[in-house]
Design a protein around this ligand. Structure first.
Ligand code: SF4
Length: 208
């Protein structure tokens, strides 16, 4: 099979970086986790802090065995697959292998592509720049909306109305706008307790 075919089947994937750190945001804040950042994203958020991930061709294509081997080198057994936009790829082979090796599998996604993979935790972070695929709403465990603009509160509610009833709801100030929006988010949540706040604690700790 060609590399292109192996990527299409999910047996090989472009990996921008992989590193062991602490999950800084959302429900699993504070948990040690191995992050696998896949290259490639077609969402185009203006405030994206990993724009270098957008072009998949820039990153080495690695077999899923090698990716999992990298994760096994560390004692933590929580893996977060992120991007880029990881759902560009078929994530069944990678997540099945990770689970076989005893990992909990989490994903951070904008939901812009059809859902794939076996995940223990799905963090859905929709973006205004590309409409989510309908398959994400039933499987999302956590809706995390980044607040960058005042209109993002309404955007958050539009998505909260579509996710499944067990999905946890979080609002997160975009890092560069945190001074502007954190107090507004606090007041918003005090009035609407279905929501919780998520902060990018890894940025305060200055870790990746
Ligand atoms: S979806 Fe994520 S990686 Fe893609 S542009 Fe938006 S913030 Fe960046």
């Amino acid at each position: 099979m060609t590399t292109q075919e192996l990527v299409a089947t999910g047996q090989q994937l472009p990996v921008m970086e992989a590193f062991y750190t602490i999950q800084g945001e959302g429900r699993f804040t504070g948990h040690p986790a191995y992050f696998i950042r896949l290259g490639g994203c077609d969402v185009g958020c203006v405030w994206c802090d990993v724009k270098e991930s957008w072009e998949a061709a820039k990153w080495p294509v690695i077999s899923i065995d090698e990716i999992v081997e990298g994760a096994l080198a560390y004692p933590g057994r929580l893996v977060v697959i992120t991007g880029g936009e990881p759902l560009i790829y078929n994530l069944f082979p990678l997540t099945q292998l990770l689970k076989e090796k005893g990992f909990s599998t989490h994903i951070e996604t904008s939901g812009a592509h059809p859902f794939s993979g076996e995940f223990d935790w799905v963090c859905f972070s929709p973006k205004k720049f590309k409409k989510p695929h309908p398959s994400i709403y039933q499987v999302a465990n956590e809706l995390k909306v980044v607040i960058y603009h005042a209109s993002d509160f309404e955007f958050a509610e539009e998505h909260a109305a579509q996710v499944n009833p067990t999905c946890e709801l979080r609002l997160q100030p975009e890092w560069s706008k945190a001074d502007r929006f954190t107090s507004e988010i606090i007041e918003y949540i005090k009035k609407r307790p279905a929501w919780k706040i998520s902060l990018q604690t890894h940025k305060f700790m200055d870790i990746p």
